[in-house]
Design a binder for this molecule. Structure first.
Ligand SMILES: [Zn+2]
Length: 242
């Protein structure tokens, strides 16, 4: 239902108009989901439920956050990771809004392909920022799109200050990393890697190993379900420290 409405709105309204009115449209939608059984920790809405998407993800009707956005925000708050200079690659709109509203941090978002609203358009394999510029880098669902991922990880390490952290997530599978540079067509990538613009599927251990080779020490976190906040069972986040 929600996706049908979204598709219709996309077809009928120019993108700029949609973006400009996103919050208004969401407020309208959120009225139907008012309640106190669930809560979104990003926008603070109390909800009768989250909106289930076709892929099983639970969307906040009020701000559009996904389970991984809410988990990330919880982690950043809980461990006081949000400080100083922050570089965020391809952020979701709800989180970018939240980050920009925080006092006392310098927040810079970047998107290479122009799909997200961002201040910068950095190539993650050649980040146009000086060495040791950031206290925190958020790199969520980016590396699985990047052929030269080892170069990207080296760059993440370079732009972090000593003691800084990179919070990294991609889709994960069990076992080993699956990649094959000879698979290049969108159809084949969709079939092999789960999305037409993905170039591999990571395993958490494999990704942690590549991050370590790039100069990080890495902790693999596995989280439990938090149904009240619509966060998933067994979600994995890598915390990479320089
Ligand atoms: Zn929300």
């Amino acid at each position: 239902m929600y996706e049908a409405i979204k598709k219709l709105a996309k077809r009928c309204l120019p993108k700029q108009l949609l973006l400009k009115n996103e919050l208004f449209l969401r407020k309208f939608l959120a009225m139907r989901y008012k309640g106190d059984a669930f809560a979104c920790n990003i926008c603070g809405s109390k909800l009768s439920g989250f909106l289930p998407l076709a892929n099983g993800e639970l969307l906040c009707p009020a701000c559009g956050s996904l389970p991984r956005n809410r988990r990330l925000w919880h982690l950043l708050q809980e461990e006081k990771l949000l400080k100083g200079s922050v570089l965020d690659f391809s952020p979701s709109r709800c989180l970018a809004r939240k980050m920009r509203s925080q006092k006392g941090i310098r927040y810079l978002s970047s998107d290479f392909v122009g799909e997200f609203e961002a201040e910068k358009s950095h190539d993650i394999t050649a980040i146009a920022e000086p060495d040791a510029s950031f206290d925190l880098v958020v790199c969520y669902h980016v590396l699985e799109h990047v052929p030269a991922d080892r170069q990207a990880m080296a760059e993440l390490c370079r732009v972090l200050k000593p003691g800084g952290k990179a919070i990294v997530q991609t889709p994960f599978k069990d076992g080993d990393i699956y990649e094959d540079a000879s698979i290049t067509s969108p159809e084949d990538r969709l079939r092999h890697f789960g999305q037409a613009d993905h170039v591999r599927v990571y395993a958490a251990d494999g990704l942690a190993g590549r991050l370590r080779n790039a100069g990080f020490s890495v902790e693999i976190r596995r989280f439990q379900e938090d149904a009240y906040h619509g966060m998933k069972e067994n979600e994995i986040v890598l915390i990479a420290s320089k």
